[in-house]
Design a protein. Structure first.
Length: 422
């Protein structure tokens, strides 16, 4: 295979072409320069499956990537972007062991207490309620946005209920998540000068809200996840979560759980309805919904890139990765690596579900992966069953972000009379 010159390689993941087709850009890099230095992003782009999996376990690559960014920015401490990053820097997802180990243990125990698998009946009810409302506001032949109607509100409702927030506050959750999405996790393409100020206001309002909710649950524990985290103190070392840590955990669960699941549902619907034969096959056999969702997560997963900060020099495929640099783990490249997956660009419903890394791997694997899978599986299965002939109208438009694969909308139509809820 001929080696492309650096000038010919897709260096910028935020060009319109790369945003529209991240898999194509990643495929070129994976084939010709799988450990590629991008001057545009000032980061190494790693695109092969084995290299990305190894990176998850490499102690030279740190998840504590926000604090170094703050130090590198020539901004006063009162700057809105610095203050915003300061709040995010305490989140579990951007910490390393031992701090991460402690936070993860306490959050993981709370997830177990929530008995995520037992929530399926409630999530099914929520999905059917949203589909009922969606159908009432649409007609079969008129394109209607499935993101706004189903994929977007579902995870916000689920997270709000899990945290024990009053139902009337769900819209506030969604608003805060939207504001934070303007700048979080490598978002780009938003030129509005006030985007950091807006995100900071949203974060500060969110923090104030969760601080009050934490105080309430300390006084009056309930059966929600926040109460479970509050009661998770380890008597052997007294390492329970502080109020600040609880607020940060709630904010992380809200934002990460909302954005990731919305994108997973929307991307899966687009993929599975693009082939009518595949769509109908999955619709007619409920046992195929789970493997279909796993293939969607692999092929069009909600996260394109995970970022790591280099804290120790090391070699990778003959390249010297130096401390102080950044590494972009390009999941959308790794999950289509032909050295790992046979016919990597096709949907194979018999493929092993354990192979893809849409939710990461190792100590930083997504703690809410099980919940995201359940929500996506129930939403996709219900939509295919209740909306016969479901299909997407028009080409996708994706938000220009480094990290996420987020469609701005998903206009759909369907045929005939919708099926009723069970």
């Amino acid at each position: 295979m001929s080696r492309l010159e650096p000038a010919e390689l897709p260096d910028d993941l935020l060009t319109p072409e790369a945003v529209a087709d991240p898999d194509g850009a990643a495929a070129v890099l994976r084939a010709h320069d799988p450990v590629h230095w991008s001057p545009t992003h000032r980061a190494w782009l790693v695109t092969r499956f084995d290299d990305v999996v190894a990176a998850f376990k490499n102690p030279a690559l740190s998840s504590d990537r926000v604090r170094p960014l703050m130090s590198a920015r020539d901004k006063p401490s009162g700057d809105a972007s610095q203050k915003m990053l300061g709040l995010i820097s305490e989140w579990m997802v951007v910490t390393d062991p031992p701090a991460h180990t402690r936070l993860r243990r306490l959050a993981g125990a709370a997830f177990k207490q929530q008995q995520i698998a037992a929530m399926e009946e409630r999530i099914q009810t929520l999905v059917d309620d949203l589909v009922d409302t969606f159908l009432a506001s649409s007609s079969p032949a008129r394109p209607t946005d499935l993101v706004a109607g189903v994929a977007y509100p579902l995870p916000a409702i689920v997270i709000a209920e899990m945290l024990g927030a009053p139902p009337e506050d769900r819209d506030r959750f969604r608003s805060w998540s939207d504001e934070l999405a303007l700048v979080a996790f490598g978002a780009g393409g938003d030129a509005r000068p006030d985007r950091h100020e807006r995100a900071l206001r949203g974060l500060e309002e969110m923090a104030e809200y969760f601080r009050a909710l934490v105080a309430h649950r300390r006084r009056e524990p309930g059966g929600d996840m926040l109460s479970a985290m509050i009661s998770g103190d380890d008597p052997s070392d007294g390492s329970g979560l502080s109020d600040d840590e609880l607020v940060g955990m709630c904010a992380l669960l809200l934002f990460a759980g909302h954005e990731t699941t919305t994108n997973a549902i929307a991307n899966a619907v687009r993929l599975l309805t693009a082939d009518p034969e595949l769509r109908d096959r999955v619709r007619d056999d409920p046992a195929l919904v789970a493997p279909a969702v796993e293939e969607a997560l692999r092929l069009v997963g909600p996260i394109k890139v995970l970022v790591r900060w280099v804290i120790e020099d090391h070699e990778l495929r003959g390249r010297t990765i130096q401390a102080g640099e950044r590494v972009y783990l390009v999941l959308c490249g790794a999950n289509r690596d032909p050295e790992r997956f046979a016919d990597p660009d096709t949907v194979d419903l018999a493929r092993s579900r354990a192979t893809h890394i849409a939710f990461g791997r190792g100590v930083h694997a997504c703690i809410g992966a099980q919940l995201a899978r359940i929500e996506t599986r129930i939403a996709v299965g219900t939509l295919l069953r209740r909306l016969p002939g479901l299909r997407v109208e028009g080409e996708p438009e994706y938000l220009p972000t480094i990290a996420s694969r987020a469609q701005t909308s998903l206009p759909v139509v369907h045929d005939g009379v919708p099926a009723s809820r069970p």
